[in-house]
Design a protein around this ligand. Structure first.
Ligand code: NAX
Length: 327
């Protein structure tokens, strides 16, 4: 059995937290030999509810759960954290402009970035789930100058998993037969779920579905799935978001399977013409805890225009948070 690692989770009393914490504590994220200490951050009014979640965690008697810290102080939550899952964010309220949303989230992710910079493990792996996830990750990253930029990532894995499931349903093949799925860009409606490289049982996905389904059904269904869940459930995706966060961190920590890749929102190094520094969804492989962008993929004109559109949106978000002095 390994020594325990410290996993910080923000927004721990929220909906996603309620699905996420139990899976981290069960070993689903870091494997069956890795004990974890959960360091849970909430706003002060939610600490009572968080205490109830802690009571339930205790009642699961998870053998891998080596300790729990609850706090409303980021300096406590991120102390020596090896992994940090930033879930708590300010949701968009009716009538809120994008600038207001970015500014409200800046008030959360700037101090959290600073606290991570000050007290987290020097090798901390950070995943931002709270929306707008890519730009919140950029804010946290830019406020943590002592850490490496690539330690900050954003979640596009839910979109990736949604894309796998839609293609599986269409082709009648299991999800496990699908390889090389990519979500490019922003976790927003401009994202580009790309089937041009994807294979199903080794065959090109685009030879199994027609182009009109791809463009007119698949892409919008994946991009708007979050809204469809809200419409059906009366609440936003929670268990599936938590599951995607587990997948993202597990693959980052433990590696991706040979021959396939996953999608992660990571700082662009300029690959595929994506402006350097944007936190952008890329196809990546992971080995030894380090991710690498898959190189050498052929980009069609159709892909190019979709990839540029989502990069443009992220550039505008970055410019807006720059103007607000957040990065
Ligand atoms: P909830 O509103 O249920 O929970 C959020 C929790 O965060 C609340 O308990 C709140 O008290 C806490 N919180 C707020 N500010 C905080 C702060 N400064 N420090 C610590 N905690 C704080 O939302 P939930 O459904 O759990 O969703 C959380 C975030 O995930 C939202 O921003 C949501 O938009 C985002 N999502 C991102 C997804 C993705 O794929 N990247 C998909 C699912 C989800 O929509």
């Amino acid at each position: 059995m390994n020594n325990p690692v410290r996993v910080a989770v923000t927004g721990a009393a929220g909906q996603i937290g309620y699905s996420l914490l139990f899976r981290i504590a069960s070993g689903a994220m870091l494997g069956p030999d890795q004990p974890v200490i959960l360091q849970l951050l909430e706003v002060t009014p939610a600490l009572k509810a968080l205490n109830g979640v802690v009571m339930e965690l205790q009642d699961c008697a998870f053998p891998l759960l080596a300790g729990i810290v609850t706090t409303d102080d980021p300096m406590v939550a991120f102390k020596d954290a090896d992994y940090a899952l930033l879930v708590g964010a300010m949701p968009r309220k009716a009538g809120m402009e994008r600038g207001d949303l970015l500014s409200a989230n800046g008030g959360i992710f700037k101090p959290q970035g600073e606290a991570i910079n000050a007290v987290a493990s020097r090798d901390v792996k950070v995943l931002v789930v709270g929306n707008p996830a890519n730009t919140n990750a950029l804010i946290a990253q830019q406020n943590a100058p002592d850490l490496r930029p690539e330690q900050f990532t954003a979640m596009v894995r839910l979109d990736h998993n949604r894309a796998l499931s839609q293609l599986s349903a269409k082709t009648g093949k299991p999800v496990s037969s699908i390889q090389r799925m990519t979500i490019w860009g922003n976790h927003s409606s401009t994202q580009y779920p790309d089937l041009s490289q994807t294979t199903v049982d080794g065959q090109p996905a685009l030879s199994l579905v027609d182009q009109s389904w791809y463009e007119q059904e698949f892409i919008p269904t994946v991009a708007k799935r979050g809204a469809a869940i809200i419409e059906a459930r009366g609440a936003s995706s929670a268990a599936s978001a938590a599951s995607a966060a587990i997948d993202h961190m597990r693959d980052w920590a433990l590696g991706t399977p040979e021959g396939s890749w996953v999608s992660m929102g990571i700082p662009s190094d300029g690959s595929y013409g994506v402006p350097e520094g944007l936190i952008y969804g890329f196809p990546v492989t992971v080995e030894g805890g380090q991710y690498r962008i898959v190189q050498g993929l052929e980009i069609s004109d159709f892909s190019r225009s979709r990839m540029d559109a989502t990069a443009q949106e992220l550039t505008e978000e970055r410019d807006a948070v720059r103007e607000l002095g957040l990065v």
